[in-house]
Design a binder for this molecule. Structure first.
Ligand code: MG
Length: 155
């Protein structure tokens, strides 16, 4: 069994949709990024790559590659899981925490887990999504950014 750790942070900006775990969350701002800015998918993808010692998502999907402009991050996640599978790694479970002051994310957890579960080919009972605020502190507390931490077990 192998453990992987992933982290991501994206700036919140006006005029972008807020996408987390492939789910559109209604909010007046969204995450800046070359792809759809889905920091939850990015952190999970990085954790999977980490567990398998297969590099990081910056190497796999370079931010200066026009091919990935506006990319759906669930697709990036599918690519990573498929490649890990080809090396003999199978997902055990995922835990994640989104650090976000606004909006309230708990109403979307069920949908996020469902969407991630489908993309990863992993049952929902093994996909955990949680959130907490930054207690008003720093750039996350001021709603200027959202960060995500993820841990995965690969078998
Ligand atoms: Mg990212």
């Amino acid at each position: 069994m192998r453990i992987g750790n992933g982290f991501d942070v994206h700036r919140l900006v006006m005029g972008r949709p807020l996408v987390l775990g492939g789910v559109h969350v209604p909010f007046e701002m969204g995450l800046e990024g070359h792809s759809d800015g889905d920091a939850l998918c990015h952190a999970i993808a990085d954790a999977i790559l980490g567990a398998c010692a297969m590099g990081d998502i910056g190497q796999w999907f370079p931010p200066d590659d026009p091919f990935y402009e506006g990319a759906c991050s669930l697709d990036l996640l599918r690519t990573v899981v498929k490649s890990a599978g080809e090396k003999g790694f199978r997902l055990g479970n995922i835990d994640s925490v989104i650090i976000c002051e606004r909006p309230k994310l708990s109403p979307h957890f069920i949908q996020m887990r469902k969407s991630l579960s489908e993309a990863l080919g992993l049952e929902e009972a093994k996909v955990s999504v949680k959130a907490r605020t930054a207690e008003g502190l720093g750039i996350i507390g001021q709603s200027e950014a959202i960060a995500v931490e993820a841990v995965v077990l690969m078998e």
